[in-house]
Design a protein around this ligand. Structure first.
Ligand code: 13P
Length: 259
């Protein structure tokens, strides 16, 4: 059975003290709860807190830590950047690649993201590859073509073996931070489309094993409807991941469904 993941992307939020309290609150909130083996929890804090949050995550076997970004080179004169091996050295196991905010504000296009995917895979990390269309594309009905291009250009050069280190996160840009969620039907339609693309490229077995997350205004009130969709394997959550009282209930919903 493929993994289910409830991931929090903290983006550029929290003081050090707040980050520590949030991570500890999540670990404490899950203590003693029955977390099915297939359910993983991921916290993606700002880079300066990764070490500290990893230490806290070590307190729960189902909780993992991810970076929000990394550079494509393994070292070098890239002032301000973070290399994938530096994340590995902290015990980090996942990295977000291609978040729409990286694409929009930092000019990360298909080729850079392809190189970042390669860097992450080479380091033995899991790449959480984000894809998704903007509102105008959705309104024009062209979302499948855009997502297909994102996957084809930056992911589908991987070998089948490498692809097992990939998690896909579908995040329609119009649903991020807007309070406007894709309907469960919209999410399911795109996830089924993505799984079909993976199947055509890598075969049925790998497609069946690939975890595909939905992101965009996921919260306790809509988690059940989204997570019951057959091709939605969890969430990549921004705003609601910043508070224990809104993040832990989303994890609990996934656990209930998998119990
Ligand atoms: P929100 O949950 O705040 O919409 O953010 C989604 C997101 O961008 C996660 O990466």
């Amino acid at each position: 059975m493929r993994n289910k993941i409830v991931a929090g992307n903290w983006k550029m939020n929290k003081t050090r003290t707040e980050a520590e309290a949030l991570a500890q609150g999540i670990v404490d909130g899950l203590a003693g709860k029955n977390i099915p083996d297939s359910v993983k929890v991921l916290m993606c804090p700002p880079a300066p807190y990764l070490w500290q949050v990893q230490q806290i995550a070590n307190g729960h076997p189902a909780v993992f830590v991810g970076g929000q970004n990394c550079h494509q080179a393994s070292s070098g004169a890239y002032t301000g950047e973070i290399a994938a091996p530096m994340l590995t050295a902290l015990g980090i196991t996942y990295v977000l690649v291609g978040h729409s905010e990286r694409r929009a504000y930092f000019g990360e296009g298909h080729d850079i993201l392809k190189a970042k995917v390669d860097a992450v895979i080479a380091e033995g990390l899991q790449a959480v590859f984000c894809c998704g269309e903007e509102l105008a594309i959705r309104e024009a009905g062209e979302q499948e073509g855009v997502v297909k291009t994102q996957l084809t250009e930056s992911l589908f050069h991987l070998s089948a073996e490498q692809f097992t280190q990939v998690v896909i996160a579908y995040e329609p840009v119009w649903a991020i931070g807007t309070g406007k969620t894709a309907s469960p039907e919209q999410a399911e339609a795109m996830h089924a489309f993505i799984r079909q693309l993976v199947k055509e490229k890598y075969g049925a077995e790998i497609a069946d094993q690939t975890t595909i997350l939905y992101g965009g205004s996921v919260k306790p009130a809509n988690a059940a409807a989204l997570f019951t969709q057959p091709n939605v394997d969890g969430g990549l959550i921004g705003g609601a991941s910043l508070k224990v009282e809104t993040f832990v209930p989303v994890i609990e919903e996934m656990c209930r469904q998998m119990a």
